[in-house]
Design a binder for this molecule. Structure first.
Ligand SMILES: C[S@@+](CC[C@H](N)C(=O)[O-])C[C@H]1O[C@@H](n2cnc3c(N)ncnc32)[C@H](O)[C@@H]1O
Length: 239
């Protein structure tokens, strides 16, 4: 994390929120449009997932062929909340499990530009990593962001400390293992946001385990489930 803000950070901060940058607005409008259209792909995914779950095939494996194709990015309300949260806690290091083509990454990287911080994303799909890097570059945010390619449990092993904000939006079965990996690096007062908490059907049981963990005071978090987008578990690390 650079101790002194990038020159771009000062010029954008002077012009107001980094979300007002025309390059950021243009690429977000394009990506949210694509994500809206790709929601229809989900209908095709349901039979494959239901069958996979019955055969005890892990969710990620059953859904992968369709997920790999689509842009299933966060909704604009969620993106805004990510940006606001990162600004509110003055995050200097924001990390994301599951970057896809980079919608949430752009909101978080814009906040990192405004805060003088750094964003680290991750995705297992090389095509999506290439897309996310391209989109971050088009948004003028590449100096404040990196996207690591590969399984998050490998690529996030050597993250810097302290982590101020973490977004979990990859394979739902990995939320708790990823949290376990990140937890020793979380700063007191950091925010952990997990998406798809209120998603119906196949991920409900997995998400219930995550919510239970976050709401057990013994685990060091204060947490609330927010009915925003597909449902967010919004947690603050109390140490
Ligand atoms: C719902 S998408 C993320 C959307 C993204 N946050 C956005 O707003 O654009 C989930 C992503 O997690 C990635 N993923 C799944 N398992 C992963 C793993 N083990 N390591 C890294 N990425 C993974 C998938 O390739 C997929 O692109």
């Amino acid at each position: 994390v650079s101790p002194s803000p990038h020159p771009d950070a000062r010029s954008v901060a002077a012009a107001g929120s980094g979300l007002n940058d025309p390059r950021v607005k243009a690429i977000l409008a394009q990506l949210h449009g694509e994500a809206g259209r790709d929601l229809f792909l989900l209908a095709r995914m349901i039979p494959a997932i239901v069958l996979g779950r019955l055969k005890k095939v892990p969710l990620a494996k059953a859904a992968q062929p369709i997920i790999a194709k689509g842009n299933f990015g966060v909704f604009p309300t969620v993106g805004n909340l990510l940006y606001l949260s990162a600004r509110a806690v003055d995050a200097r290091l924001a990390v994301e499990f599951g970057t896809s083509f980079g919608i949430s990454a752009i909101y978080l990287a814009a906040a990192m530009r405004d805060n003088g911080g750094h964003f680290v994303g991750s995705d297992i799909d090389p095509n999506k990593v290439a897309g996310a890097r391209r989109n971050l570059t088009e948004a003028g945010l590449s100096a404040f962001a990196e996207v690591r390619e590969g399984d998050v449990l490998e690529t996030f092993r050597d993250l810097a400390t302290p982590i101020d904000l973490a977004l979990l939006d990859g394979d739902k079965d990995l939320y708790l293992p990823v949290l376990e990996l990140l937890k020793p690096k979380l700063r007191k007062g950091s925010v952990v946001i997990a998406d798809n908490i209120l998603q119906p059907f196949f991920v409900r049981k997995t998400m219930a385990l995550y919510v239970a963990y976050m709401n057990d005071p013994a685990n060091g978090f204060r947490s609330a489930t927010l009915p925003i987008g597909a449902g967010l578990e919004y947690s603050v690390f109390e140490g």
